[in-house]
Design a protein around this ligand. Structure first.
Ligand code: NAG
Length: 480
């Protein structure tokens, strides 16, 4: 299911998307109990996505190429914020973020109140309709192929922890889902919270929440889609009338203008396009002065990528189900990412890849899987909005080698009721992870080398941000 409108522009030569593939959908949906309810939710989500994609208002934003150039080159790329991650934003700062979020995604903010009910541990409120509404108290933000799904299974064993249909519905990572839909699909859990307001908490364990690369970032970039849609249409018309290839027309007219429209929206919202116009700002806007607790399960990005390669049949079909196939895949994807980075810089390529131009748009799966392993890049931006004290970054080795000890820490971090040893053991044993790489050939040295070089700066950043030096050990790969 493709969710971001811009990805449906050129159906004829579009590769299927990596994000939100059926396999991932099924994986994440396993989190949720009633399969009948799920079937319905999935259909409802599909319909909603479809309806939204055809009803997006076409704002004819026409920016001169020159103005576009100025915005895109004039914005100094600030890579670090002075206070980023160290402290809670002030009340003024939160007000600024909420105002910006209202402009970037109005529907998202219309549904949520200024304040949650302070008597309730979980963020909840009574809507004007009289309905009792709740948002997740915590997120297991990712990653796929790292143990996030297993962690969710373990946490479900805890008596305080609730889940609902949207605990796995990829709300933040999928632009087509409205906040109204999200809230509607957490109604059942909300009833239990109302009965036990001092204890019960709801979670969202959708593994696509963490890495907001382009396909998962639609909520924050509506202005791009609004500008791109009519521009693409005009290119299709030009093909029919003057036989100008759509790609040529789009390169001349659409990509830069859509990016400029997106950058302009950020200026109007009073935020920095590069460092702030992202999903984490929207999430913080929604939660205001009560940010959620966040968990990331991080696994060596190379092992994670190899597992993803073997987890989705479409990679086998294109590159072959072998270690040599993986090397070919890595050469393709890293090559495309490097070419992009040469022109635009790594951060912009990681966050905007296929939005940048035709060369990137035709790259197989838009190098999404590659970007998912750049944890440090995403976490640095998350920390600007939801500070480090609200995060627990779990090394997946700890989850699998010391599950009981790790679960005790998670229970503590989340502020859940302490449980006895038996209950901890039950949690530890639940949700065993199955590996897609068991029995596969080892990664070839060439692929390992290319990936080690690619991921090293992000591993280092992750180690710095979290203070866990073991993440830097991922830079020392075995020489096989
Ligand atoms: C689009 O922007 C890029 C860099 O931002 C620039 O190199 C390119 O020439 C622009 N393309 C057009 C058609 O203006």
């Amino acid at each position: 299911m493709h969710t971001f409108v811009t990805h449906r522009r050129i159906p004829a030569h579009k590769p299927p998307r990596t994000s939100n593939t059926c396999a991932e959908k099924i994986l994440s949906l396993l989190l949720v109990t009633a399969s009948v309810a799920l079937g319905f939710a999935c259909v409802a989500a599909l319909m909603q996505t479809f309806q939204q994609s055809i009803s997006v208002k076409s704002l004819p934003i026409r920016l001169q190429a020159k103005a576009a150039e100025e915005i895109m080159h004039g914005t100094a790329v600030t890579t670090t914020s002075a206070t980023g991650g160290l402290s809670e934003p002030s009340a003024d700062e939160i007000a600024r973020l909420r105002k910006a979020a209202r402009l970037l995604d109005p529907e998202l903010m219309e549904q949520v109140p200024d304040k949650f009910d302070s008597e309730i541990k979980n963020p909840c409120w009574s809507a004007s309709s009289g309905e009792f509404r709740c948002l997740p108290y915590f997120y297991i933000t990712g990653m796929f192929h790292a143990g996030a799904v297993s962690l969710a299974e373990k946490l479900r064993q805890h008596p305080d922890v609730l889940w609902d249909v949207c605990s796995g519905c990829q709300f933040w990572g999928e632009e087509g889902k409205s906040m109204a839909f999200y809230l509607d699909n957490m109604k059942e859990a909300s009833k239990f919270i109302k009965q036990s307001p001092e204890k019960k908490v709801l979670f969202d364990g959708s593994p696509s929440t963490f890495a907001f690369y382009w396909a998962a970032a639609g909520k924050a970039h509506r202005a791009y889609a609004e500008a791109m849609k009519p521009c693409y249409q005009s290119c299709v018309e030009l093909l029919n009338v003057q036989k100008v290839p759509v790609a040529t027309c789009m390169t001349e007219k659409c990509y830069n203008a859509s990016l400029a429209a997106d950058a302009k929206r950020a200026v109007e919202a009073g935020i920095d396009w590069d460092t702030e116009a992202h999903n984490p700002l929207l999430m913080r806007g929604v939660y205001g002065d009560r940010p959620p607790k966040m968990i990331l399960v991080a696994r060596d990005p190379i092992a994670r990528l190899y597992s993803a390669f073997h987890g989705y049949p479409h990679y086998h079909n294109k590159y072959g189900k072998s270690s040599a196939g993986f090397t070919a895949y890595v050469e393709d994807q890293v090559g495309a990412f490097r070419a992009c980075a040469k022109d635009y810089g790594e951060a912009r390529c990681a966050l905007y890849f296929e939005a940048l131009g035709h060369r990137e748009e035709v790259v197989y799966f838009h190098a999404d899987q590659l970007m998912r392993g750049m944890y440090g890049l995403f976490l640095e931006i998350w920390y600007r909005f939801i500070p480090a004290s609200n995060w627990m970054v779990i090394n997946s080795e700890d989850l699998f080698q010391r599950p009981k000890e790790t679960m005790a820490k998670v229970v503590d971090f989340l502020g859940l009721t302490k449980v006895d040893d038996d209950a901890l053991a039950r949690m530890a044993n639940a949700g065993r992870m199955s590996s897609f790489t068991n029995g596969q050939e080892p990664i070839q040295p060439k692929a390992r080398q290319m990936l080690t070089e690619l991921y090293a700066p992000y591993n280092t950043k992750l180690a710095k941000l979290t203070g866990d030096v073991r993440f830097e050990k991922w830079n020392e790969q075995p020489q096989n």
